[in-house]
Ligand binder design. Structure first.
Ligand SMILES: Nc1ncnc2c1ncn2[C@@H]1O[C@H](COP(=O)(O)OP(=O)(O)O)[C@@H](O)[C@H]1O
Ligand SMILES: Cc1ncsc1CCOP(=O)(O)O
Length: 271
């Protein structure tokens, strides 16, 4: 079983080290992502001009790329940033936003995954299924009903196949989050349905993981980021959608270690 007391200690570590996180994300999410990274104690830089990747990426401590709202310039920037991050041996994570809805994004994702080594591939069930099987029931950037209803066994196996293929951890988010690496899996049953009523909460989670992965391994970084975000959401005022959003942002910076430890719902298993 994960030692939660050790897991939350990573929060002090990140505040001490203040790692620099290069996050190439989409314009819908950019402010939320940058603030989430800041609120847990790291420093974001969201540079995205292809010609400055050579200067920016190698000075960072981790790279995250997000395929949401892709355009030509960000496509080039993501490739170049992944190149310079790989050269430096930095952890790289990819959020597969919308690859179930767009062949362009699916091809960009496959190309990047073939060329570079990623620490984590992340998406909702439709995005993970699109990458593994080539098609999905995605509803734009959201999960489609057919994919959402797939059995736990099916989605765990799909994540495991991708984990083996790309030698990376795989995180499938939703009501139950599934984190898989090789033969091991974690189920995280925190969060609340209201998280789907705010745009870009998945992108925010990616931002948080990219902050923690600069100071710890991919499993600890992913688990801690999910607990902060999802228990933070459980503790937030859900009366009005925008107040919920503001409260959630505050909770990301202020939620206590004790609340995280008391409310964490993590199960572990072997495949
Ligand atoms: N029904 C739900 N119950 C609890 N948490 C949820 C639910 N749906 C989504 N979440 C949480 O919301 C966050 C974003 O997940 P998701 O909506 O799957 O991503 P995306 O925005 O990329 O589609 C994750 O932390 C996830 O655990
Ligand atoms: C609405 C939208 N359109 C392109 S990216 C984006 C935000 C998607 O964010 P998330 O995948 O976290 O829901």
């Amino acid at each position: 079983m994960k030692n939660l007391k050790d897991l939350v200690k990573i929060r002090a570590e990140i505040r001490k080290k203040e790692p620099l996180i290069h996050a190439i994300t989409n314009p819908i999410a950019i402010n939320m992502v940058a603030n989430s990274i800041l609120f847990v104690g790291a420093k974001p830089i969201c540079a995205e001009h292809p010609q400055e990747m050579e200067d920016i990426t190698p000075k960072a401590d981790a790279l995250s790329i997000n395929l949401g709202n892709i355009n030509q310039s960000r496509m080039e920037a993501m490739d170049r940033a992944s190149f310079f991050a790989s050269k430096k041996g930095l952890p790289i994570i990819i959020d597969l936003v919308g690859i179930g809805a767009s062949r362009l994004r699916l091809n960009v994702a496959k190309n990047l995954l073939d060329k570079y080594k990623f620490s984590l591939l992340k998406g909702n069930a439709s995005e993970i299924i699109a990458l593994a099987k080539g098609a999905s029931s995605a509803k734009g950037v959201d999960v489609g009903k057919d994919d959402e209803d797939k059995s736990l066994e099916y989605v765990i196996k799909t994540c495991q196949d991708l984990s083996k293929k790309y030698q990376a951890a795989v995180l499938l988010t939703g009501k139950i989050d599934i984190l898989v690496k090789d033969n091991k899996y974690y189920l995280i049953e925190n969060g609340c349905p209201e998280l789907s009523n705010i745009t870009a909460t998945g992108c925010m989670l990616t931002g948080l993981i990219s902050a923690f992965i600069a100071v710890t391994d991919v499993i600890n970084a992913s688990l801690l980021a999910m607990l902060i975000m999802e228990i933070g959401a459980e503790m937030s005022d859900k009366d009005k959608p925008y107040s919920f959003f503001v409260d959630l942002m505050d909770k990301i910076g202020t939620i206590s270690d004790e609340i995280i430890i008391d409310h964490a719902k993590i199960k572990e298993g072997e495949i």
